[in-house]
Design a protein around this ligand. Structure first.
Ligand code: ATP
Ligand code: MG
Length: 368
């Protein structure tokens, strides 16, 4: 799948952008704060109906302006797809596929699979367990609509139970019974999908880590869930009502699941060096890419934002040879350093485009 052209008006610091893109590698080169990541963010937006870095849409409008617009022309399995998004201050955003407005934005998720490797990924290691669940859920939701729907249902039910826990009045226990049975049924489905996904995902992740680190470290992922020990949480939910009431939220369920990230059998959070963390994150994202490629039957778009930061020359070389290979399709890459890009481009057989980015303006400077 390829994004053939991109038109942008008033998105963050990009006042106007009109880019014709390469089906292979597209590079955005420029100094800090110039808008390289913002260009990648517009492409992310067209796949996920939201910014990667700022979920408050009005803050993505160029300061002092009233709206932003992003549109992209894609070639998806030899079929053209035209995606359009416009957002005016204080109005609902418009999102259209081939001029037709979506009823629900969630219908669009998965149409244009995309993987982004970004410095913000560090939160997967440093952040709370919700970040790692979001990662798992994000990948599964891109190919399983039922999962996405069930996840939304689960979160709604959870909100209802939590609201009930906070009420002072004496409640009818049958309301709890109904909510808990539904939470358990949906939770069970989500758990089994997570188990299936993670067992397929681990070997792919380990494969990439081995390549990039030149087989110098052992990594693993362990999915822990209350459902691993018991097939139903109905009894547990019932038994913990009083305790949950004291705390003010529900303490059992798939919203407590964890994905443990291990390096040499220890949590990477505690022992990983900066370069090891980066290798871990890049491997997770490359595995996500492989996974989506297999599910969709075509190559997702790959966004590589500042990917070489913190890595030694050997690991950079491994990544360069990976991204220059046939494993990946259309790639968008940002860097402040021309040398990395030149080393990628020198290994490439296909054409590549270079844009320099200065104060929100991208100028095509080369075709290799
Ligand atoms: N809504 C907005 N209106 C105007 N400018 C904005 C808006 N949101 C962000 N910016 C500007 O965008 C710039 C950041 O752009 P971006 O993150 O793309 O930089 P970059 O080229 O990727 O830099 P780095 O190399 O440091 O990662 C900042 O100067 C910021 O002030
Ligand atoms: Mg950036």
């Amino acid at each position: 799948m390829q994004l053939e052209s991109l038109t942008i008006i008033n998105y963050k610091n990009i006042r106007e952008g009109n880019l014709r893109l390469s089906p292979n590698i597209n590079c955005f080169l420029g100094d800090n704060g110039m808008g390289k990541t913002n260009f990648l963010d517009t492409i992310y937006y067209l796949s996920f109906c939201k910014s990667h870095s700022n979920s408050i849409d009005s803050q993505n409008i160029l300061h002092g302006e009233e709206f932003f617009m992003i549109s992209g022309e894609y070639n998806r399995m030899d079929t053209p797809e035209s995606i359009y998004c416009a957002m005016k201050r204080r109005q609902k955003k418009q999102f259209r596929r081939n001029k037709k407005e979506y009823d629900r934005l969630s219908d669009h998720i998965g149409l244009l699979p995309l993987v982004m490797v970004s410095p913000d990924d560090a939160i997967l290691i440093d952040g709370g367990s919700d970040e790692r669940r979001k990662f798992i859920d994000g990948v599964i939701s891109q190919y399983n609509k039922t999962y996405l729907q069930y996840l939304m249902n689960y979160n709604n039910l959870l909100k209802q139970r939590n609201a009930l826990l906070k009420e002072d009045s004496q409640q009818d226990s049958s309301i709890y019974d109904i909510l808990e049975e539904q939470l358990d049924a949906i939770g069970n489905y989500i758990h089994s999908e997570r188990v299936r996904f993670i067992s397929d995902f681990i070997p792919v992740f380990q494969h990439f880590y081995t390549i990039i680190s030149n087989d110098s470290e052992k990594v693993d992922l362990i999915y822990s869930s209350q459902y691993n020990e018991q097939p139903s949480l109905v009894e547990k939910l019932k038994a913990t009502r009083d305790r949950d009431k004291l705390i003010g939220f529900t303490t059992s369920g798939i919203h407590k699941d964890e994905l443990e990230m291990l390096l040499e059998d220890h949590p990477i959070k505690r022992i990983g060096s900066q370069g090891q963390n980066k290798t871990y994150l890049v491997s997770l994202k490359f595995a996500q890419f492989e996974f989506l490629k297999k599910i969709h039957g075509f190559k997702p778009i790959l966004l590589l934002d500042d990917i070489f930061d913190k890595l030694d020359a050997k690991r950079v070389a491994k990544i360069v040879s990976l991204v220059s290979s046939d494993l990946f399709g259309q790639i968008f890459i940002t860097d402040t350093n021309r040398e990395h890009l030149d080393s990628i481009l020198s290994e490439l057989e296909h054409e590549a485009l270079i844009f320099t980015v200065k104060e929100g303006v991208a100028t095509q400077v080369g075709l290799l």
